[in-house]
Design a protein around this ligand. Structure first.
Ligand code: SF4
Ligand code: SF4
Ligand code: FES
Length: 321
């Protein structure tokens, strides 16, 4: 079997470089045991974090070939099956400030997590004597989200966060907000949701990178969807986010087809859509991306229902319950 070759992105606080390490293949090595091997035998200056070595603490998450994973829970032979026997590039988590080599800064992330108001604030009916009992089905509804180990893999690959962290939080923050907001013992679900509404939950791009990268099989995108549902149920239907979701649903209920021309004014309001989007629309016309026939077709598309639209309506109706 060929040697392992790791290309590791290094950073010493000032300079960045990519360093090559080559060492003999041993079956059963994880990414973390390789990093430890490098540190103990080849280069004591290499910095990374790890603790439990059992996929519990979340400290060892790194990116390999651009995909976040838990170093202690990933066999290098499995990666080779996926990527071939060539070099593996190991980098620090994305969407985070790098302190040194593979070590990233968590202070700001933890502060932002506090916006979810984490912690169970139980209803008054629970007594100190009996504690907070919960029916098994209520516990199962939030059980998956309890598995979050704050490894940051979802954050690393979140496309919305890469675009801007000013109007969006780390995906795991929404997971934690949903976990408490949906807890049947919670005194006031809205106290976990309020800041999420202000901090981007309507701006998720639905790219699903957080879902595919979570080593615990959690869906932060699903948590965002749950929070949005809670917002609707609480009557928080104003603003571009809720209006956009409502416009989607209306199109699905009417025809099953998305009418993108109408979606914009429904989301942003006629005046805003006309002033903000008109120049863009005119540029599309000017460059031949949109012609009068296509535009007219989009406006009358409501009349053309998708095949088995009644089936779709039944799904939507079931989903409302
Ligand atoms: S689905 Fe949303 S939260 Fe998840 S990675 Fe994509 S943009 Fe981020
Ligand atoms: S949701 Fe998953 S990927 Fe994100 S921090 Fe928690 S365990 Fe890690
Ligand atoms: S070392 Fe704790 S999760 Fe990997």
């Amino acid at each position: 079997m060929q040697n392992f070759i790791f290309l590791i992105d290094r950073f010493d606080g000032t300079n960045s470089w990519r360093q090559r390490y080559e060492f003999p293949h041993k079956p059963g090595m994880t990414v973390l045991t390789c990093l430890i091997h490098i540190k103990e035998n080849l280069d004591p200056t290499l910095n990374f974090t790890a603790s439990c070595r059992s996929a519990i603490c979340g400290a060892c998450a790194v990116r390999v070939n651009g995909n976040a994973l838990l170093a202690c829970d990933t066999m290098v032979d499995d990666l080779r099956e996926q990527w071939g026997d060539g070099p593996l590039t190991v980098s620090p988590l994305g969407n985070a400030e790098v302190i040194s080599d593979l070590v990233v800064k968590w202070d700001e992330k933890v502060n932002r997590l506090r916006l979810a108001n984490p912690g169970l604030h139980a209803k008054k009916e629970f007594s100190a004597h009996e504690g907070c009992r919960q029916a098994p089905q209520d516990m199962q509804a939030i059980q998956k989200q309890w598995d979050c180990i704050l490894c940051g893999s979802c954050m690393s690959e979140c496309n919305k966060l890469s675009d801007s962290s000013k109007d969006f939080l780390e995906p795991f923050t929404y997971t934690h907000a949903a976990r408490y907001a949906e807890d049947s013992r919670s005194r006031n679900p809205l106290e976990h949701m309020e800041n999420m509404e202000k901090s981007g939950m309507w701006k998720c791009l639905h790219c699903m990178e957080c879902v595919t990268k979570c080593p615990k099989g959690i869906s932060p995108a699903g948590a965002i969807a749950s929070l949005r549902e809670l917002a609707f149920k609480a009557g928080h239907t104003d603003g571009p986010g809720p209006r956009h979701a409502d416009a989607f649903r209306t199109d699905l209920e009417n025809t099953g087809r998305l009418n993108e021309v109408k979606l914009v004014p429904r989301t942003e309001g006629m005046v805003s859509a006309a002033t903000k989007r008109l120049p863009f629309t005119l540029r599309m016309f000017a460059r031949g991306k949109l012609g009068p026939v296509e535009a007219a077709r989009l406006f009358v598309a409501d009349n053309h229902r998708v095949e088995d639209h009644d089936g779709l309506k039944r799904i939507l109706k079931a989903n409302r319950k």
